[in-house]
Design a protein around this ligand. Structure first.
Ligand code: UFG
Length: 339
């Protein structure tokens, strides 16, 4: 019988790609999502790629009654991957209570259900935002966390602590937090990808919408940073590679190969890429010009961050495989497919 995995937030950007990889690896996926930032049609894309339509329940896991009812029905899942959270940095500054309530309540409700129904395994979506602007690059898992730059970032830091403390008190539970760097790109089939609502905050969807003529031009936020070309540096990880990291994390937990009840890993490429290099790479891989202008720095942006991924490479046997150009091309093909 197939092992059942609950993917909370499974119709979202990373959740949908992870569902595909789980199904391709023989797992049965149950998606729980409140569709607040995703569309039910994503299930069609997942089915078109894998031939399997995942089980879907519309549920808000930040509401305890809904969570309890959901887990009564699906108490036999062997593991949970928790993506269901709000993720817009700027919005979190404007609506901190919404972010704390949603992101923390959903995690605590899930952990309560894990205790109650004896579901031992959790993989959690964390972020490199927990490192702030690190003093030393690249960041390893022992790089100290810094005070979060935003309520969103703080929910990731607090969530990590909640998981760490809960599995310590309840040793029958185990958790892995994956600290994502900047996920980009789309499935090579162009059947699933990122679906930002309204004006995108993130670089790649803004670029693809600009090239598609939806936005007049990209604003590059600052070219006066202490980096080789003056623009900010990030570690851009292909979303399918990132999805695969979740499958290996789940397998590690299911096979009891974890070294402790709570582990956390950087999931990036190890390459620091500047905003201007992204523009060049996009133009190179797609043959399309990206209209852009340099504007002032965006408040809250860290100057540079990229991962040391050797711990994930060695311990999970996982590494990023896609080239930047292929990833940028996949983002463009997805955008074209939306027409
Ligand atoms: N950028 C632009 N113009 C834009 C959008 C972005 O120049 O229109 C630049 C930003 O200044 C930054 C880079 O592109 O240098 C990447 O910006 P994103 O908004 O795509 O991503 P961030 O690095 O700001 O944010 C990401 C995740 C967050 C996470 C954060 C942690 O989206 O969830 O990394 O560093 F919290």
């Amino acid at each position: 019988m197939k092992k059942q995995i609950l993917v909370a937030g499974g119709t979202g950007y990373i959740g949908s790609h992870t569902t595909v990889e789980l199904q391709n690896n023989g797992f049965e996926v149950i998606i729980a999502d409140n569709l607040s930032n995703s569309k039910i049609e994503v299930l069609d894309g997942i089915e078109a790629i894998t031939g399997i339509r995942p089980i879907f329940e519309k549920v808000d896991l930040s509401v305890i009654e809904e969570t309890e009812a959901f887990f009564k029905k699906y108490s036999k899942v062997q593991a949970i991957i928790h993506f269901a959270a709000n993720k817009a940095v700027g919005e979190s500054v404007a609506k901190p209570l919404m972010y704390y309530r949603n992101n923390l309540n959903s995690l605590m409700n899930i952990l309560e259900a894990m205790k109650e129904h004896k579901i031992p395994n959790l993989v959690f979506s964390s972020s490199c935002t927990v490192y702030g602007q690190p003093d030393k690059l690249p960041v390893t898992e022992s790089t100290p966390r810094k005070e979060a730059e935003s309520p969103y970032g703080n929910t990731k830091s607090i969530s990590e602590d909640i998981i760490r403390d809960t599995v310590k008190a309840h040793p029958e539970l185990k958790g892995i937090a994956l600290r994502y760097f900047n996920p980009i790109g789309a499935h090579p089939s162009s059947k699933i990808g990122e679906l930002p609502l309204g004006v995108p905050n993130n670089l790649i969807p803004f670029i693809t919408q600009t090239v598609a003529g939806i936005r007049p031009e990209l604003s590059v936020f600052g070219d006066d940073y202490s980096t080789p070309d003056g623009s900010c540096i990030r570690d851009y990880i292909n979303v399918v590679d990132l999805a695969k990291a979740h499958v290996v994390a789940i397998e590690r937990l299911l096979k009891n190969k974890n070294d402790s009840n709570y582990e956390y890993f950087n999931v990036g490429t190890g390459q620091g890429i500047s905003v201007l290099e992204i523009i060049e790479g996009f133009e190179r891989s797609t043959g399309k010009k990206v209209p852009h202008k340099i504007v002032a720095r965006r408040p809250g942006d860290v100057e540079q961050i990229y991962a040391d991924t050797s711990f994930a490479n060695k311990t999970l046997g996982w590494k990023s495989e896609s080239s930047l150009d292929d990833t940028l091309l996949s983002a463009w093909k997805w955008q074209e497919n939306l027409k």
